[in-house]
Design a protein around this ligand. Structure first.
Ligand code: HEM
Length: 366
């Protein structure tokens, strides 16, 4: 019988949804840790050293110069929100507002997060399929933490989904219109809570940023629990063991596989000249498998000591939601496994959602 040959991904964006991108990432790290990809028209950084240098570089910004807000969103409510997100800004604005976002996130204890996640799982589990659940659960958990009334949870989550779809690059005109209506409604919630425009925008971000990234983390946790039954049995023993398991899933599978930076001025990166405006794709998932970050990086080991990960970013834009995300997933995983519906609920893996940075498993619906 002929064995099916798995071709390597065509480029680092295709790698996000490739069944096994890890040998390709290794080859990039070992042969060309920073190169210009003519097809993508992007520099590509794949080693720990280059990614770390880029994440700390003052001339590498999160938005292209002269396009703080994507053209399609300018003059819309979605554009107003986008312009105020710490995720999308640098320099003085980012430095002024990030501390408040970090403080807002720290107001919740892990117990608060776990309770909200389990309440969301109890609500959504019986009425959603696996693929809708992994997206819906993180957003509903964040909405609960953000004091959205029970009666408004579904509408709020639908607004967040619409916003995410409409601000994605290449979104249709209709999606942009829907995203704008959603941004307006979500901003009104924040204003009703006494927030100013910047606070209201970053309140939305706590739901919007949770969506794809945590859907990926939850989906990969399901897959790894299934792939490693003995380790899963150990994780079932306590919440802290499940947290350790999820934390290793994050490092090993890196649900956010890459992020981008743009040259605000010409600069040197790893000895290469990057011209003003050029983009750099940072392969966080590859960095996580660099031996310089962790010994035996390809081994999945929830007991790993001194684990280090780039999966939540690093530097000024490091994710403030890392602990929350791990807790949401750990609490939800425990809830589902305790109900003995785990195997019945998640069908087999059929692929990954067609996205360019988040690697989100797609499950066969049961
Ligand atoms: C409840 C869940 C989450 C929340 C509320 C959240 C929130 C945020 C926010 C507000 C930022 C922007 C920070 C800034 O630009 O200064 C951010 C950045 C980031 N988050 Fe999260 N996040 C969540 C889950 C995750 C997960 C599960 C991952 C991946 C495993 C992730 C990966 C990242 C990365 C890589 C960045 C940095 C992006 C960059 O610098 O280009 N996040 N997150």
């Amino acid at each position: 019988m002929l064995e099916e040959v798995l071709l390597p991904p065509a480029d680092p964006i295709a790698a996000v949804i490739h069944p096994d991108p890890w040998p390709y990432y290794r080859q990039l790290r070992e042969t060309r840790p920073l190169y210009f990809d003519a097809g993508l028209k992007l520099w590509v950084a794949s080693s720990l050293a280059v990614i770390s240098e880029a994440l700390q570089h003052p001339a590498l910004a999160v938005r292209p110069p002269g396009e703080a807000v994507p053209a399609a969103l300018q003059g819309t409510w979605a554009g107003e929100v986008f312009a105020r997100l710490v995720r999308m800004t640098d320099g003085a604005f980012h430095a002024a507002h990030k501390p408040a976002v970090v403080k807002a996130v720290r107001r919740w204890t892990l117990e608060d997060v776990g309770r909200a996640s389990q309440a969301a799982a109890a609500d959504l589990g019986p009425r959603l399929g696996a693929n809708a659940l992994i997206s819906g659960l993180p957003v509903q958990t964040m909405a609960r933490l953000l004091a959205v009334a029970d009666s408004a949870l579904d509408a709020t989550c639908a607004h967040v989904q619409a916003l995410v779809q409409g601000i994605a690059p290449g979104a249709s005109e209709t999606s942009v219109v829907l995203a704008s209506e959603a941004a307006q409604a979500l901003t009104a919630q924040g204003v009703m809570q006494g927030l100013d425009a910047v606070q209201a925008a970053n309140r939305i971000a706590l739901m919007q940023q949770s969506l794809d990234a945590t859907a990926g983390l939850l989906g990969h946790t399901v897959l790894m629990l299934r792939r490693h039954p003995a380790l899963a049995g150990a994780a079932d023993q306590s919440l802290s063991a499940m947290r350790g398991f999820v934390t290793e899933v994050e490092r090993h599978q890196a649900p956010i596989q890459n992020t981008r930076r743009f040259a605000a001025q010409a600069l040197q990166l790893a000895g290469q000249r990057i011209e003003l405006g050029q983009g750099v794709l940072l392969l966080l998932a590859s960095g996580n498998r660099d031996e310089a970050l962790n010994p035996q990086p390809d081994t999945f080991d929830p007991q790993r000591s001194d684990r280090r990960s780039l999966g939540f970013g690093a530097g000024a834009h490091v994710c403030p939601g890392a602990q929350i995300a791990i807790e949401i997933v750990a609490a939800c995983a425990r809830q589902i496994r305790a109900g003995a519906r785990f195997d019945a609920y998640f069908g087999k893996l059929t692929g990954f959602r067609p996205l360019g940075n988040a690697r989100i498993p797609v499950f066969e619906e049961r």
